[in-house]
Design a protein around this ligand. Structure first.
Ligand SMILES: [Zn+2]
Ligand SMILES: [Zn+2]
Ligand SMILES: [Zn+2]
Length: 84
């Protein structure tokens, strides 16, 4: 099985220095994920608000990358798989 959504990712710059939705509501996050379609920075599923997953459900943007220093992986929400 391969991910067919790689044509939906672009060279993006992070939208914020932290989870932009948590920054708006004063929330906190555990880890950060960046949407590779639009650059939205959201928090991971271990975070209370899970904004990265919410962003996928709202926009359909399929692929996020870890925004944590030293982490290089990407994840496709549609295929539920890591992408090399
Ligand atoms: Zn995919
Ligand atoms: Zn958040
Ligand atoms: Zn996005």
């Amino acid at each position: 099985m391969t991910c067919t959504h790689l044509d939906q990712i672009h060279d993006v710059v992070p939208s914020a220095a932290g989870c932009e939705d948590c920054l708006k509501i004063g929330g906190h996050w555990v880890h950060l994920r960046m949407c590779l379609t639009c650059g939205h920075v959201g928090c991971c599923d271990q975070s209370p608000n899970q904004h990265a997953t919410h962003h996928f459900h709202e926009t359909g943007h399929p692929i996020v990358a870890s925004a944590e220093p030293g982490e290089k992986w990407r994840w496709c929400y549609v295929d539920l798989m890591f992408i090399k």
